[in-house]
Structure formats: C-alpha cells, structure tokens
Ligand binder design. Structure first.
Ligand SMILES: [Zn+2]
Length: 255
C-alpha cells in the first residue's frame, strides 16, 4: 500500500467531475486533448475519451454513418454559441439546450455531440435517433465508458432538456453502473457517497472482474491522503463538488 497526497484542487479534475448549472468547470490542470480520428475533423477530446470513441466507432463500423459534431470547447467558444443561439433561437430554447458558459461539459473535453450523417446537420440539436446505427452505438456505449448524459425524464435533475446526441465519457465501470441503474451523473455522484472509501465500497462484478468504487470526502485542510494498493490498477477522480471517487481493480478479467 502506498499513501498518495492529493491537493484538494484535484477535486476539480478527472473523468467523473460533475459540471452543470450548480457546478462550474474550474479545472486548472492541463487537459490532454487530442484530435479525434476521422476525415477533416478539427474536433478534440481528452485522450482516453478520444481513443475509446474511435474504438467504438470502428467496432460498429459507423465511421461513414455517424459524425462527431462538437467536442471540446473553450469557455470563449461556449460564450459564442450561447450568444448566437440567443439571437437565432431565443432565450427559452437556449436555456434548454445550451449550457451557460463556464458550466458546459464540453469544456471538460469529456463530452461529444454526435449526429447521423446527412447533408445538413443541426449544430445545436443534431439528429441522433434510437434506431439503426445510432441504436448500435447506444447498445455498446457504456462498455466504452460513455453515457447519454441528458436522458428523457431526468430534465429536472440535469437541468438540461433531453439531448439524444450528447454523450459523456465517464469511463469503466462507471458508465456500466450508471446504465444498469439508470442514473444520471448527478445521481451517480450522490449514489457513490453511500460507499465510503475503505469501509464499504461498491463492488462491480462482471465476467470475473471485480472493481471497487468508493467515495472519499476532501479533508478540511489543503490536502487529502489516500492509501492505495499500487500493485493493482486504480483511478482517482474528483467529483467537482467536495471529494474524490476511487476506483480499484481488485481482480482482473479472467485472472
Ligand atoms: Zn453537447
């Protein structure tokens, strides 16, 4: 076991940060952004999210049918989109579908808007239906760490209208747990609070793998200490509110 020292500023970075109207994106760390694969695209995502999106697209042979519409955005770009949308579509529409600058998931590099390939693609609300190739994408998305972030029926929780086209990378096993229990990220962050670190972690088990997920509140001081078994894979993420989510692979697939 090894004790890691986490500066409390780290609660604002990682795959599981919650960014919404109540929780501004405030990560000051450098995000490792890369261009996603595909012809003539300038769209960028965080490195892991980009790699897994590309693997999923390849798996379902969707490269010529699904197009990435929007990935990482700077705060300035989000402001421009907000202003343009207000002018073109009015305040009510904009508040429903466009996040307030500073509060957009797109600023994290972990969100991607996807559209069905067609001649004219709506930039704000691209068509991404629940059938055909898009259904195949949805069926496998969680296995690659992605979730539909703004589902129908959860508008009061997410604060954003139903967006069938917006996917968020949270990683494995989180996307699978969220999908299993139909949880939005807001709900998942609260769910994990019931599983305190080193006391009673949530155990995700599938096909011989065992992964522990737990919550650790940030200390009242400037640093939080966490003890991890460095012989096994682990992942730490802030929740962008008040603490960390710790993911520990206890038994590898098939081992
Ligand atoms: Zn989006």
């Amino acid at each position: 076991m090894k004790t890691l020292t986490l500066p409390n500023s780290k609660i604002h970075s990682g795959n599981l940060i919650l960014v919404n109207a109540d929780h501004r994106y405030q990560n000051t760390d450098h995000t490792d952004l890369v261009k996603i694969t595909g012809p003539d695209t300038d769209i960028r995502l965080e490195r892991c999210a980009a790699a897994l999106l590309s693997e999923l697209m390849y798996k379902i042979q969707a490269e010529n049918q699904i197009v990435p519409v929007s990935g990482w955005r700077s705060k300035k770009e989000q402001q421009t989109i907000w202003n343009d949308s207000i002018q073109e579509s009015g305040k009510a529409f904009t508040q429903k579908y466009v996040a307030v600058p500073g509060h957009s998931e797109h600023q994290t590099g972990l969100a991607i808007d996807l559209g069905l390939k067609k001649e004219k693609i709506d930039f704000i609300c691209p068509d991404f239906p629940y059938n055909g190739i898009c259904k195949m994408f949805r069926r496998l998305a969680a296995y690659y760490g992605f979730v539909e972030r703004y589902p129908k029926g959860k508008e009061t929780i997410t604060g954003i209208g139903h967006e069938p086209w917006h996917f968020r990378y949270v990683g494995i096993p989180h996307a699978l747990i969220m999908t299993k229990y139909h949880l939005t990220l807001e709900e998942y962050i609260d769910f994990i609070r019931f599983y305190p670190y080193q006391k009673s972690p949530y155990i995700y088990q599938e096909q011989g793998s065992s992964i522990a997920v737990s919550y650790l509140a940030a200390s009242e001081h400037t640093e939080t200490f966490v003890e991890v078994d460095t012989d096994k894979p682990y992942m730490l993420s802030g929740n962008n509110i008040d603490g960390f989510i710790i993911t520990e692979w206890r038994r590898a697939h098939g081992a």
